[in-house]
Design a protein around this ligand. Structure first.
Ligand SMILES: [Zn+2]
Length: 461
């Protein structure tokens, strides 16, 4: 059987880690089985729809490298198809028009709650075959009254729902639009989806969808419901919470490999797994390894993974990913001639891409003001010391970290000075900061000309 999976987001907000996990697993399951992966935009919720969300879905899938097959499938372009099937069900007597007023439905609900039973429609219009003109109605599916709906979920195992607990749920709203559960069934059949991978919050929808597809003689797909994903406060992720929003990760300097690797590890029993090779992680991914208990996001793990991938992605890819961060600061990356040196110096210290830009800005800023009091606190004879270093650096022919280190340490030792003070003094003079990045690396990256210039400027104070 050719595996066909789908990712079916609704463009009503920005995607978060949980959404992307569904996309990733669906994509990977299809790819690992030489199947197909489709993208379906569930855009029938006109009130909350926004085109910017649709564009962002394309952008994020592209950023993650989760490319889909064929054209994008838009639910809004299929209203005729949904209506065709709704009419079919009505004609076969498998669905009916319900004219119950809003007040009546509210009353039923109240009664159910009072008698402590799960609220559901009482079937008032079910066998009346009502058909009025010019009165608003909804179409309800005639759900079975007896028997059970059984299905086997690849992660949650055998599941069983009693039909009598299911509602005669609405398949067409009074505004004429089909409902979520209905569209999903029609679309999945139309797209020949073999495996439905989605969050476990959809488990309760599944028996309704199975009853619907049976009544339409559709083939039943396999179901894979992913365990719930929680934030560090054990709360469900929401599209409104910006923290776990994928755009937020991008803005904060995360790499796609970081998120992919984290989400894949999240799905593997032993998520402390020391494998970081993305291809290896992809190849060992398997639904059988997924635990059905909820996953809690560990922010620190994601940060540590990001550091790993920043250091291992390779300089060329890194240039690609940091470009937007430079652009954001109005810096044209093409004009930076020592970017590889910057990588070499900074990468082992950083966790986020934007820190590369921060470092670049720091060392290229020669506009900072040195404070005489600060300089004097270091050493009253700082001027003499600086002049000595100007001479020594001037004579240095091969500008390497090794040689720079030798010059400075040699001077410190011969004069019985504390290296901490000299390092701090030089760092302050060169970049205006007393602490932080390794002094030898700063001198190395600034280059001879700039170092001599900044040291000379200091002597003029
Ligand atoms: Zn009714």
């Amino acid at each position: 059987m050719n595996i066909i999976t789908r990712f079916a987001p609704s463009p009503t907000g920005y995607l978060h880690l949980g959404n992307i996990r569904v996309a990733l697993y669906s994509w990977l399951f299809a790819r690992n089985n030489k199947g197909k992966f489709f993208l379906r935009i569930e855009d029938t919720d006109i009130k909350r729809y926004n085109k910017k969300y649709v564009d962002n879905i394309f952008y994020l899938l592209d950023w993650l490298g989760l490319y889909w097959d064929n054209n994008v499938y838009f639910q809004s372009k299929n209203i005729d198809l949904y209506n065709y099937y709704i009419d079919l069900l009505l004609n076969k007597g498998l669905a009916y028009k319900c004219y119950c007023s809003y007040e009546r439905l509210i009353n039923i609900r109240k009664k159910c709650i009072l008698s402590k039973i799960k609220p559901k429609y009482d079937g008032y219009c079910r066998n009346k075959n009502l058909n009025y003109k010019n009165i608003k109605y909804v179409v309800r599916f005639k759900n079975l009254l007896s028997d059970n709906v059984k299905f086997k979920d690849l992660i949650f195992g055998k599941l069983n729902f009693k039909n009598k607990e299911l509602d005669d749920f609405i398949i067409k709203r009074s505004n004429g639009l089909p409902t979520y559960n209905f569209c999903v069934v029609i679309d999945d059949n139309e797209m020949l989806i073999t495996d439905i991978i989605r969050g476990s919050e959809h488990i309760n929808n599944t028996p309704k969808q199975i009853n619907l597809l049976k009544s339409l003689n559709f083939k039943k797909p396999r179901y894979i419901h992913l365990p719930i994903i929680l934030d560090k406060y054990k709360k469900k992720l929401s599209k409104r919470n910006y923290t776990y929003n994928i755009n937020n990760y991008i803005d904060n300097g995360y790499l796609p490999n970081t998120l992919i690797s984290y989400l894949l590890k999240l799905g593997i029993y032993n998520n402390n797994l020391e494998i970081n090779d993305i291809n290896k992680l992809k190849s060992i991914f398997n639904f059988n390894n997924i635990n059905k208990s909820p996953c809690i996001i560990d922010d620190n793990k994601i940060i540590i993974l990001n550091k790993y991938y920043i250091n291992n992605i390779g300089y060329n890819s890194l240039i690609y990913y940091i470009k937007p961060f430079f652009l954001d600061k109005n810096i044209n990356m093409n004009k930076i001639n020592n970017i590889y040196k910057i990588f070499f110096v900074i990468l082992e210290r950083i966790y986020f891409l934007y820190q590369i830009v921060d470092f670049y800005i720091l060392i290229n800023n020669n506009n900072f003001k040195l404070d005489l009091n600060v300089l004097n606190k270091f050493n009253l004879k700082y001027n003499i010391i600086i002049k000595i270093f100007i001479k020594k650096f001037n004579k240095l022919y091969f500008w390497s970290i090794q040689n720079i280190k030798y010059i400075i340490n040699n001077y410190v030792n011969k004069n019985n000075l504390k290296n901490k003070y000299i390092y701090s003094l030089l760092r302050y003079i060169l970049i205006g900061k007393r602490h932080g990045i390794d002094l030898f690396k700063i001198i190395f990256i600034l280059n001879k000309k700039e170092v001599l210039l900044r040291l000379n400027n200091c002597c003029k104070i």
